[in-house]
Write a protein that binds this ligand. Structure first.
Ligand code: ADP
Ligand code: MG
Length: 223
């Protein structure tokens, strides 16, 4: 319990940091983008137009990533509405497919008959993206990531299941600790954000892991 408390308070901090960082990164990016646009209009740079377009495109992509991953906003202002979780899942699948296709990984969706829930759409999107990213990063080509929704007793469950190598007990112990990562280019923030989002939704996160893969179960209270 004590550990859980420590985890939560540092996650609050992460949320605020993430919002701050995304703002701080966006400002210089906007400046750079503006000057690139300006260069594009200069006749003497006409031969570089293709590169300038590419640079602007890449900036826009980075911006989109910030939007998806760091703009989790303020805990206090996040609004919850009665929404259909299945719709949120289906809406995000095309985005996930773009990621999956590039690595020859497969995504399966099995949405069940579930009641509406009090949700914040952006946060649930973010939670899903962080979980499927981890799943893809743990899997090889041709392996399948499955997203499921179903009702189980008083709960609605959102499950994200991968076929990766699983999580070792040593790593399990540290999951959710801010900045803990086993990846060369990891941030170690993804799961922390997931825990924070789940907490705001009064949901819990259970993990089942083994040599066959890992499943994250987000359990919401059904009304
Ligand atoms: P990051 O992905 O940037 O490393 P996360 O907070 O998302 O940060 O994850 C922390 C660590 O948890 C990862 O570095 C990885 O070791 C482990 N992990 C998370 N999800 C999975 C998964 N589905 N399969 C295997 N390991 C995982
Ligand atoms: Mg991650």
């Amino acid at each position: 319990y004590e550990k859980e408390l420590r985890r939560l308070s540092s996650l609050d901090l992460i949320g605020q940091m993430a919002a701050g960082i995304s703002h701080e990164i966006r400002n210089p990016m906007t400046t750079v983008r503006g000057f690139l646009q300006l260069l594009k209009m200069e006749n003497k740079f006409i031969q570089y137009k293709r590169y300038l377009d590419l640079m602007i495109e890449e900036l826009d992509r980075a911006n989109a990533i910030i939007t998806e991953f760091l703009s989790i906003g303020n805990t206090r202002t996040s609004e919850l509405q009665m929404l259909d979780l299945n719709t949120i899942v289906h809406d995000i699948v095309p985005l996930i497919k773009i990621d999956a296709a590039s690595q020859s990984q497969i995504i399966a969706v099995e949405t069940g008959d579930i009641p509406q829930l009090l949700l914040n759409r952006n946060e649930i999107r973010q939670l899903l993206m962080n979980l499927y990213r981890n799943g893809f990063e743990a899997m090889n080509e041709g392996q399948v990531l499955t997203i499921k929704t179903y009702k189980e007793g008083n709960h609605v469950v959102l499950a994200v299941q991968d076929q990766g190598a699983g999580i070792s007990p040593e790593v399990m112990e540290k999951l959710g600790t801010p900045f803990f990562t086993t990846k060369d280019n990891g941030t170690g923030l993804g799961l922390g954000v997931c825990y924070a989002i789940a907490a705001r939704h009064n949901a819990t996160i259970d993990i089942e892991t083994g040599s066959e893969g890992t499943t994250f179960f987000i359990k919401f209270q059904a009304n």
